[in-house]
Ligand binder design. Structure first.
Ligand code: SAM
Length: 275
């Protein structure tokens, strides 16, 4: 049984594999969204499309303060900060990502209102009610406990503020949630915890938020896995400088297995803090 890495291990992993991830994922470390799953939109276009899809679900107003939990190298935050007249703070558990995200904000000429800092989402260094919007795109699955991270997100949201998240989702088939979850665990070899949409809504309510939209967009994001597997295979020589053959094959089998597993969906959700 493989155990989930700690936040420190996650951060060290992102630091160590930064160059490889650049080539595997590009500027966005998240899934792509293909309106036409059989279409030929590139992975880079499709990942920006997912950012736009999720930000389109938020009521963003000029002057808003947005917190990006798990900011990667900053592309979603910079994209939103460029499109809207808002203040963005991004956090990551990877020192190297924070440094690179700040460099990228400077180059994009938005460093006066898009800033990044090192912080753990499980213990946010921000005051209560200090953000209008909180954003977590594909970071919650890394957390030792996504509900603790969401409780922190709810704490720093002002009353009337909005949360948007993108996360893996359990889509139970006819054999039920426990069997579906067991299949996802098997493919993930223990490193991915997923919940279904009802449990997600319940968890959001438990941290004091009111769930709003919830869309399983797995049909539009699934292409990501086959594209990632193909890119990863092309990067074999480079990857083997960091990991051994067994780890390489395990990662490749996860990409392929996730792509083929109907119980693994992808959810875009919003929730509001009452007030
Ligand atoms: C898959 S990447 C997504 C990055 C970014 N949201 C994007 O879409 O490009 C996951 C991100 O979550 C961050 N992360 C994971 N665990 C974290 C934690 N406990 N606190 C803060 N950030 C964390 C990682 O450092 C990384 O930046």
């Amino acid at each position: 049984m493989v155990t989930k890495p700690t936040p420190d291990e996650i951060g060290q992993g992102y630091d160590a594999f930064a160059d490889l991830l650049d080539q595997l994922c590009g500027e966005n470390l998240h899934h792509g969204y293909w309106d036409d799953p059989s279409g030929d939109m590139s992975l880079d276009e499709a990942t920006n499309r997912l950012t736009d899809r999720l930000s389109g679900m938020l009521p963003i107003r000029a002057g808003n303060r947005l917190l990006d939990i798990g900011c990667g190298i900053g592309e979603p935050a910079i994209r939103m900060g460029t499109a809207h007249d808002i203040m963005v703070t991004g956090i990551s558990i990877s020192e190297r990502q924070v440094e690179r995200a700040n460099d990228r904000a400077l180059k994009a000429d938005v460093d006066d209102r898009v800033v990044f800092e090192y912080a753990d989402a499980m213990d946010l260094p921000f005051q209560d009610e200090s953000f209008d919007l909180v954003w977590a795109l594909e970071s919650l699955h890394h957390m030792p406990d996504r509900w603790t991270a969401l409780r922190e997100a709810a704490r720093v949201l002002r009353p009337g503020g909005w949360l948007a998240l993108g996360d893996f989702l359990l889509v139970p088939g006819p054999d039920g949630a426990p069997a579906a979850a067991a299949r996802v665990q098997e493919v993930a070899k223990g490193v991915l915890s997923v919940v279904d949409v009802d449990e997600y809504r319940e968890g959001l309510r438990a941290v004091g938020l009111v769930p709003a939209e919830a869309e399983d967009v797995g049909e539009y994001t699934r292409t990501t896995w086959s594209k990632a597997a193909a890119r990863f295979e092309d990067l074999r020589e480079q990857a083997l400088q960091h990991i051994d053959e067994a780890q390489f094959e395990l990662t490749l089998s996860r990409f392929r297995g996730f792509g083929a597993e109907p119980a693994l969906g992808y959810v875009l959700m919003t929730a509001r803090k009452p007030g």
